[in-house]
Ligand binder design. Structure first.
Ligand code: NAP
Length: 195
């Protein structure tokens, strides 16, 4: 499950659990991005903070784990490199899925080496109800295996949570309390502060 996770929230956790059950997965490996592509409009919180928040949020679920693969890989993070690394790790027989937000994969045909992504894994694009699920017809015609999944909890968003911390508005029930405590302790998302 790829994402910036800045910060991780219940929408991500519900999405992972839904995918685990709907697609009969063995486990979900959360993969915080190292240096995300196209995040020039804002500073992204340091990879170590995003990784630790993801570990805290997933610690109690035996079906979830967190990988350092992308944050330890130097340079910009490209999904094609990650899928290749996972293939090397789990072997040719492994059935790989890449779960992420539908809005994140809407331009997948422009991603680095997108032709190589066809057949390399199955994408699971998660979205809140109301998203046009016919939107991926061109991707499918080009061989990208794209499944979609509606998750009402994705009304929660990292952008909104960052704004709430900056404005000192409530965040309870949007993300795990331990993650919220970590954010406060480290002064993340306080107005004007970009650790
Ligand atoms: P993003 O553009 O920040 O997010 C777009 C939307 O998708 C947001 O609404 C976001 O909500 C949601 N989203 C992101 N990850 C999600 C997840 N795991 N589950 C549910 N919703 C999710 O997306 P991003 O984080 O940069 O990228 C997502 C993944 O795609 C990453 O693994 C990234 O490396 C990969 N990617 C690869 C390329 C490439 O290889 N060229 C290009 C773009 C993205 P929140 O903000 O609430 O999370």
């Amino acid at each position: 499950m790829g994402g910036t996770f800045d910060p991780i929230h219940y929408g991500h956790l519900v999405t992972a659990e839904e995918a685990l059950v709907q697609f009969n997965l063995d486990r979900v490996v959360f993969m915080p991005t190292g240096v995300p592509v196209r995040k020039t409009h804002r500073s992204v919180t340091s990879a170590e903070h995003r990784y630790l928040m993801t570990v805290i949020a997933t610690a109690s679920n035996p079906d979830f784990e967190v990988s350092r693969l992308e944050i330890d890989r130097p340079g910009t993070t490209y999904t094609v490199d990650t899928i290749q690394a996972l293939r090397d790790l789990y072997g040719p027989q492994a059935e790989l899925y890449f779960i992420t937000g539908a809005d994140a994969v809407w331009d997948i045909l422009t991603w680095k080496d997108s032709a190589e992504l066809a057949g390399a894994c199955t994408f699971i694009a998660a979205t809140r109800p109301g998203f046009d699920l016919g939107r991926f017809s061109e991707e499918r015609e080009r061989g990208i295996q794209m499944e979609t999944m509606e998750v009402p909890a994705l009304a929660i968003s990292s952008t909104d949570i960052r704004a709430r911390f900056a404005d000192r508005r409530p965040v309870r029930y949007l993300l795990p309390e331990a993650v919220s405590a970590y954010i406060s302790k480290n002064g993340l998302y306080a107005e004007g502060v970009t650790p």
